[in-house]
Write a protein that binds this ligand. Sequence first.
Ligand code: ADP
Ligand code: ZN
Length: 620
Amino acid sequence: MKVEKKSPKKPLVFYYLIAMAVLMLLNALVFPALLSTPITDVSYDEFLTMVGNQQINEVAIETDQIAFTTIDLEGNTQVYRTGKMDDDGLVDRLYASGVKFASAIPTQESPIITFLMSWVFPILFFVVIGQLMGKMMSKRMGGNAMQFGKSNAKVYIESTTGKTFADVAGQDEAKEALTEIVDFLHNPKKYASIGATLPKGALLVGPPGTGKTLLAKAVAGEAKVPFFSISGSEFVEMFVGMGAAKVRDLFKQAAEKAPCIVFIDEIDTIGKKRDNGSGIGGNDEREQTLNQLLSEMDGFDGTKGVVILAATNRPESLDKALLRPGRFDRRIPVELPDLAGRIAVLKVHSVDVKMDSDIDFDTIGRATSGASGAELANIINEAALRAVRLGRQSVSQMDLEESVEVVIAGYQRKGAMINEREKRIIAYHEIGHALVSARLKDASPVHKITIIPRTSGALGYTMQIDEEERVLMSKDDMLSQIITLTGGRAAEEIVFNSITTGASNDIEKATKTARAMITRYGMSEQFGMIALETVTNPYLSADSSLMCSAEMAAKVDAEVQSMIHGAHDKARESLLEDRALMDVLAEYLLDKETITGVEFMEILNREDAKKLLAPQETLV
Ligand code: ADP
Ligand code: ZN
């Protein structure tokens, strides 16, 4: 999770106006004082007195004024000016007092200075301002606006990233794989003297937000070497040839700073498989960039201590050439954290946050199965923000639980208008899920039910939490999941005798699960252990492709259909038996809007007990 701070930007006009004001001020006050000798205006009388006292050194009689200078005891020249009078004897008297006659005495700034002041300075000034503004503009436009043909590899040099392995929670295998690289960077000579070359590159492979960038930074931090980072997408430029030039620049800079780490994020954007039939022009630019990268990697000396780490979440799409020995021949998996890992990430990010003393990280860890490190970091931050919003001094368990929902299910939609009838439908829908699940022996217990809508579009939400982390799911577990998913729609049908769009997400999930059971996990009787689908990308599970004939595919569809039908029927049956209980629970939920799993089970057990007692009561 990244927090970006942006200072509000003032319009360029603002800077322009400031510049103008400064220039005017200089022109009016500062320059004249600096550049010209001060001139004193005196009366004609005073002039004559000074002539009489033989104080005058030089005099110039001009058409409309008389200018003259004196020299004081310290030898400084002082310039005076007086008006011209009709005075015939003046020249004789001046002669008599022994002054020198000059053709002109500059009583204004010299023409050169005037020229400088009125022309050269302003022009210079505006040229400088213009350049500054140009730089600012191009910065705003991403740095590429006005520089044609020059590669400006956006390379960040962070002499110390400040991250260490201690900042990375969990990911022990990845850390272990990277310690050798750290050691190598610490002491390249040790390896060189034996003749060992470490791999030049390692590929960090895993889903988004699992800490690949963080790990790369930690390697640099541990080894105390500079960290260069660039994203694959930055290589793909608007001008052909720029990408390759950037690669060259990057490697040149890295070689100068060795030992160091070069981190290329999203390497798949440039390292995609090169397909030859890509048509006209195709991906020339990308291919050039990739070729440049390959040749740079082959070219540099592996003993120098430049290690290239790259990250991707689509390893299968990478060009094989990138994975050859001497290139990215090490692959380091960075997986989504398991329960222990999630708790560790939560704790690492809580270090700088004030927390209540009774925080139960275990519950939060259980509720966030499948969340990435980045999402977990975000959960802590959201919880802290919520605590501030509510004017509290530290983060409470409530804040954390609420923020789990915020991060996983979107923000609470405050004041969203939902009419009473819709609210009833949503309540019954959610109770349907929970109640069906409670009656199944393999389902995860209900942790929380809410009918407070989220901005993500979810209108209600039933949170189930496994008692323990599961690595394996049995066929029964998966069937229970599907039955629970159909419970929402089944409740709507039973109570309102109509169906709504509210179940779309459930339907999608149920279908996916059923399909996976049949095509990938060999859990259907009809097909048995036959792989009908392959997952082309283990990190983006949506990427899978059929690997069977069309007839087989049709049969798979039919099987999915019957599996979901069966589940739906089971859910209906179960809910019909609990029809009265459903009303009690739904009313309670409508009233409270959010209820905990404990409250839910209390009501369930109470009503069950009543039901058991009921027949005996009638007997009496
Ligand atoms: P990736 O590069 O895999 O997409 P990042 O390294 O950018 O993921 O992770 C984003 C943020 O998520 C990190 O800055 C960190 O705050 C948090 N994070 C992810 N994984 C971990 C982890 N294992 N330990 C601690 N924080 C993590
Ligand atoms: Zn539902």
